[in-house]
Design a protein around this ligand. Structure first.
Ligand code: ACO
Length: 326
């Protein structure tokens, strides 16, 4: 068994910014409601002809430049997303080819907003076990195309973007522990009903919003706070690290109130928590790697720092990874 470290980070968001004031012109909402309930001010939305692989490509290129590597130097490409370009092929295959990486392993991970946490666990295992020397993990989403834009309850929450990391084999191990979990007993809490094999043969049986995000917000809120706390506690216990020794916590950016409630219970001071929800909204599997890339570029992460990545999402699913920055 070898170790693993992150040698490159990158992020990308589409040009178009939709702020709360613009949403006020669409339906009955207000900047005050959105800001106080979610912490969001702006989000980036793709244009008509942009898809998930376009955003993934932007983040991947930045991570390659940061690591001073070429696409051919990466052995495997993994994309975590809930909204791929197509039902198949995997978006990772499209991204690898568009980068000019020939004959490389490529696959997608679909586990809602927990995608980056699950992806980091899986790709770290691929490197630590010696299967691959370098793996690129990208979280990329275009949820603006998956929300019902007339539903103020969900349309204000989601944004588009991508974040990428490059993992490389190393002598010192950055991966300290992971805690993953799921509960699929009530999928309707966070669900896109149409598009899969449960679709009725007679499509008229589906309601017209079946291909849009359905979310029971209050249920998700309660679950999210509980699982962010328990997953962080469990991963830190596995790593043998005290909460007071966490330098940076990078949570999934779903709602500032969820983050604040979890931080309060975990007794982690707000200045150690990375929050950029005001700029991006909820970008699902992309939110943690975007926040990491911004934190690294802002000098908020230093060698030797203990980082906790923690997320939750559709499934329901949740997880946390404890990482020592090299
Ligand atoms: N503007 C104004 N009013 C609104 C809006 C809006 N954009 N959206 C909802 N409201 C109204 C509701 O209609 C409701 O009105 P009513 O009382 O007359 O019925 C009122 O505001 C309160 O609605 P609640 O749903 O109770 O508001 P709450 O305080 O719970 O906030 C929110 C809603 C922000 C969605 C919150 O529940 C939340 O953040 N939940 C978690 C969401 C989340 O984390 N999602 C992750 C998805 S992860 C993935 O895998 C995709």
């Amino acid at each position: 068994m070898t170790g693993v470290k992150i040698v490159g980070v990158g992020h990308y968001a589409p040009e178009r910014i939709v702020d709360n004031q613009e949403l006020e012109t669409w339906f009955d909402t207000s900047d005050e409601w959105i800001t106080s309930r979610t912490g969001m001010k702006r989000r980036h939305w793709t244009s008509e002809n942009e898809a998930t692989s376009d955003l993934a490509l932007g983040a991947a290129r930045m991570a390659l430049a940061h690591a001073r590597l070429e696409p051919k130097d990466i052995d495997a490409y993994v994309v975590a997303t809930v909204y791929p370009d197509y039902l198949f092929p995997a978006t990772a295959c499209i991204v690898a080819s568009r980068l000019g990486a020939v004959d490389k392993a490529a696959f997608d991970i679909e586990i809602g907003c927990s995608g980056f946490i699950y992806g980091l666990t899986v790709t770290s295992a691929l490197v630590r076990s010696g299967v691959y020397k370098r793996v690129m993990l990208i979280g990329a989403e275009t949820l603006s195309k998956l929300v019902d834009r007339e539903d103020r309850g969900t349309a204000v929450l989601f944004g588009d973007g991508a974040g990428a990391v490059i993992l490389e084999a190393a002598e010192q191990d950055s991966f300290l522990a992971s805690e993953l979990g799921s509960d699929g007993s009530n999928p309707s809490i966070l669900l896109v009903k149409a598009g899969g094999s449960r679709r009725p043969l007679d499509e008229r049986a589906l309601d017209e919003r079946a291909d849009r995000i359905h979310m029971e917000g209050r249920e998700v809120f309660k679950f999210a706070v509980t699982k962010m706390i328990s997953a962080t506690d469990a991963a830190l216990a596995k790593a043998g690290i005290a909460k007071s020794d966490v330098n940076v916590l990078i949570p999934h950016q779903a709602n500032k109130r969820i983050i604040d409630a979890a931080m309060k219970y975990l007794d982690i001071p707000p200045e150690r928590c990375m929050v950029n929800i005001q700029e991006y909204g909820n970008t699902s599997a992309a939110s943690i790697p975007i926040a990491l890339s911004e934190a690294v570029n802002a000098g908020r992460v230093k060698p030797g720092d203990v980082i906790v990545f923690v997320g939750f999402g559709a499934g329901l699913s949740w997880g946390a990874v404890v990482w020592k920055w090299a």
